[in-house]
Design a protein around this ligand. Sequence first.
Ligand SMILES: Cc1cc2nc3c(=O)[nH]c(=O)nc-3n(C[C@H](O)[C@H](O)[C@H](O)COP(=O)(O)OP(=O)(O)OC[C@H]3O[C@@H](n4cnc5c(N)ncnc54)[C@H](O)[C@@H]3O)c2cc1C
Length: 374
Amino acid sequence: MSKQHLVLIGGGHAHLLTLTNIRTLVDKGYRVTVIQPSQYHYYSGMGPGMLGGTYTAKQIRFQTRKMVEQQGGRFILDRVTAIAPEKGSVTLKLTGERVPYDVLSCNAGSYVPSNGITGNNSNIFTVKPIELLLAARERIIALSEHGTIRVAVIGGGPSSVEVAGNVWRLGYDHCEYQPEMTLIAGSQLLGRLNPKISNLARNSLQKRGIRIVEGKRITEINKQEIRFTSGETMQADIIFSAIGVRPSRIFTNSGLPTGPDGGLLVNRFLQSTGFENIFGGGDCISFAPEPLAKVGVYAVRQNPILMHNLTACLTGEPLQEFDPHGSNYLQIYNLGDNTGIFCKGSFVFSGRMAFLLKDYIDRRFMRTFQQSIS
Ligand SMILES: Cc1cc2nc3c(=O)[nH]c(=O)nc-3n(C[C@H](O)[C@H](O)[C@H](O)COP(=O)(O)OP(=O)(O)OC[C@H]3O[C@@H](n4cnc5c(N)ncnc54)[C@H](O)[C@@H]3O)c2cc1C
């Protein structure tokens, strides 16, 4: 009898526990294949810190390929473009190969839509994939050798605040000339969060000379020109787009049941509502019982449930439910000046302690999964 085959799309945050347990699955007689377009997976929580120079790229990435191959799994460096659930296979972009599966798990993450971006500009960077922040860092350093450059960060959410704060840090530590910075926040900076968080972020950025534009929407970005709905324009040498994320397009491309945002529609077992041998976690799913914020915390919390349910689906054991209602989740924003904003429920404070705590938690998280490979 041929061995049952577990295929993982993406080695993202929700798959980390499954990735570290491949050896156990292989020893039990299953085949495991992981498909990802990069041999590394970057931890987003430390991405802005890498942009600012607090961390190196090596410190914030998991060696997915090595992790898989050392445990007897197969790693395919490619991107899945579609899933054929009736045939039980996924299609790869580069080779067109169809990889068959018995059980499939999707952790393909999300992307920043390029709405309104016209014309080619190698100086526009979306904040996902995280690898782009490394390219942006190098570009800013190179351009700043010749004079002051203008950097615009578009988006009013936490990633926009973290990116702006850390570009400031980059300029301060590594650039001949400090960039002139503008954060274009849409209607309001961190408008969906507790106003205390928004005020702390605004004060921190403005104190460092970062201009914050609120109450204005952008219609188009064409090369270096940013155009607002009012008709006004502004110029920038480097533009970051942090306008929010959408789930991977794989599921709509494949005709699988999806939620309103196009994410793989899953039930409380993180199992596709249409196909019982397809599972998923992280930003690429749409959780049918209730909408979940696109934060890494949920992806991380889904790890044990996904790991259990994938094994249970192979062995025919009962599935476990994912309960998103644990304790209030902790978020700490890295402001780039060695301070952070700590937020847990309604408890909010900012300062050096908040950053040190984030740094400790993030480094410990990386160690947990990096140490599993030699
Ligand atoms: C700048 C920034 C900072 C953030 N900071 C925080 C934070 O501090 N705390 C927090 O909770 N959240 C944070 N977030 C949100 C967090 O990044 C996401 O919620 C989290 O990345 C979701 O994890 P994921 O594993 O679902 O997706 P991802 O991290 O995007 O991982 C998806 C993986 O799938 C792979 N992949 C993509 N497409 C395909 C394909 N077609 N085929 C195969 N593989 C594919 C990718 O290469 C990647 O390895 C931040 C986001 C940004 C942009």
